[in-house]
Design a protein around this ligand. Structure first.
Ligand SMILES: NC(=O)c1ccc[n+]([C@@H]2O[C@H](COP(=O)([O-])OP(=O)(O)OC[C@H]3O[C@@H](n4cnc5c(N)ncnc54)[C@H](O)[C@@H]3O)[C@@H](O)[C@H]2O)c1
Length: 438
């Protein structure tokens, strides 16, 4: 199959590369000329484990190419995927569909033979139909179908998720489009991946329902963590105790500073907006958004309280800035709330993140970046763990204690063992864990 991928960000680039791995020919398009230039030189503009090698191999094999112009790629394609951004629209929380509709208009002008136009971007229900309308209006004689194929990959594990998904959801409304989509995903039949074929609206709702459910699960355990702190219970044991129940499941029961990232914040907002418009308000999701926003704001205060009511003139070491490990993505990361609030409280912030510091430098002016985790801890009055990068788990607490001015840790991801840290002489506070008995 020949595929054109419109948008070469996290989703477009990973999906495009993985489709070539399925044996298809893919051209990844992006209007950002600098991004395409870098990709052509073999540079990967994002950090995603394994992606550089997969891209290089498939470029070498002649299956993967990059372009800023979509005419030829779309004209020759069996399927065109729209994988452009759908950020939150300013003011009302709805998804900004400007990029999707602009892509649809460009695709309309370039379609030649029968083409399936697939939205892979996360788009509110009704968008697929609007894409069809845009194309039909511009080119009444064009032969095409629209399809919805939401993407469920996680940044940091994107390739594994794409190549071995739990399921593939495909909204289609003609047998011809269904055959094309089934052909694209045929290699996944070999590993018996469930294919969920639905109508277009159902596929669109499924993506938002999935993300909203996961965001709810995170927020639920975060509130349970608050309760645990107050009553002397341990949230990890609670999470294990409930998570072993097959009806609940163990994933997404890790307490932390609140969810962030490129998807959950904007997708919960967009779902709440769509649902209000449809007169079917999602009150649980609305509450999740409010609770999570408040939590992210409260985390800096947790550090301030731990330091006795003020961080003025304190040196605060920060470990981790990205919204989760294994990505350089800073979109809506909790650090964007926590770090400025600490600075506003008079702290001098010195941060280290294994991959996120370039992005973070654009968003967090006025902080110092350290070369290593130990450098961030050096001379610090308190160390705050915001992102649970794997390498932080391997840090030597004795060495951290040696370099810090005051051995104090606020561990917002519970990566350290509280008893061990307290035993070594740290003042230590995690999330949802009992205070030491005195
Ligand atoms: N990032 C994730 O983990 C993830 C997971 C699942 C779904 N999604 C969804 O996938 C979509 C894309 O997300 P992303 O994180 O890849 O975004 P991104 O911002 O990383 O990439 C989008 C790219 O599209 C390009 N673009 C915009 N308009 C264009 C046009 N008309 N022609 C060509 N290129 C154009 C931009 O230059 C940018 O490079 C969003 O709807 C998002 O919600 C993201």
């Amino acid at each position: 199959m020949r595929i054109a991928m419109i948008g070469s960000g996290y989703v477009g680039l990973v999906s495009g590369a993985c489709f070539t791995q399925f044996g298809h020919d893919v051209i990844c398009i992006d209007r950002d000329a600098a991004k395409i230039e870098r990709l052509r030189k073999g540079e990967i503009p994002i950090y995603e484990p394994g992606l550089d090698r997969m891209v290089a191999d498939n470029v070498r094999a002649g299956r993967l190419a990059f372009d800023t112009r979509l005419e030829d790629a779309v004209g020759n394609a069996d399927a065109v995927f729209i994988a452009v951004g759908t950020p939150t629209r300013r003011g009302d929380g709805h998804a900004d569909l400007t990029y999707v509709y602009a892509a649809a208009a460009e695709i309309a002008a370039a379609i030649r033979g029968y083409t399936v136009v697939v939205t892979k971007s996360t788009v509110p229900v009704g968008t697929g139909r609007e894409v069809a309308r845009i194309i039909r209006e511009a080119r009444p004689a064009a032969e095409f179908d629209v399809a919805s194929n939401p993407e469920f990959l996680r940044e940091g594990a994107a390739i594994e998720d794409f190549m071995k998904p739990d399921r593939v959801v495909i909204g289609v409304e003609s047998q011809r489009a269904r055959d094309v989509m089934a052909g694209i995903y045929r290699p996944l039949n070999l590993i018996q991946t469930p294919m969920v074929f639905t109508n277009i609206e159902t596929a669109e709702v499924t993506k938002y329902a999935g993300n909203a459910f996961l965001a709810t699960k995170i927020t639920f355990i975060n509130e349970i963590a608050d309760l645990c702190e107050k009553v002397g219970a341990d949230v990890h044991d609670v999470a294990r105790g409930i998570g072993l129940d097959g009806r609940i499941g163990r994933k997404f029961l890790h307490p932390g500073p609140g969810f962030g990232g490129s998807c959950f914040p904007k997708d919960t907002l967009a779902l709440a907006y769509t649902a209000r418009e449809a007169n079917a308000p999602q009150t649980i999701v609305e509450q999740v958004i409010a609770v999570n926003d408040a939590r992210k704001k409260r985390m800096a205060q947790k550090v301030v309280d731990f330091c006795g009511g003020s961080v003025n003139d304190l040196r605060v070491g920060v470990l981790g800035l990205t919204f989760k490990p294994n990505t350089d993505d800073m979109r809506d990361a909790p650090s964007l709330d926590i770090v400025p609030a600490l600075k506003a409280g008079g702290a001098k912030v010195v941060a280290f993140d294994p991959e996120g510091m370039n992005e973070a430098a654009k968003l967090l002016p006025g902080i110092e970046f350290a070369k290593t985790a130990y450098d961030a801890a050096t001379d610090a009055d308190v160390l705050v763990v915001i992102t649970e990068w794997h390498e932080f788990r391997g840090l030597d607490p004795r060495r951290i204690k040696e370099v810090m001015r005051q051995p104090r840790i606020v561990d917002l991801r519970n990566i350290f063992n509280p008893e061990e840290m307290r035993g070594l002489g740290f003042a230590y506070e995690g999330v949802g864990r009992p205070a030491p008995r005195v």
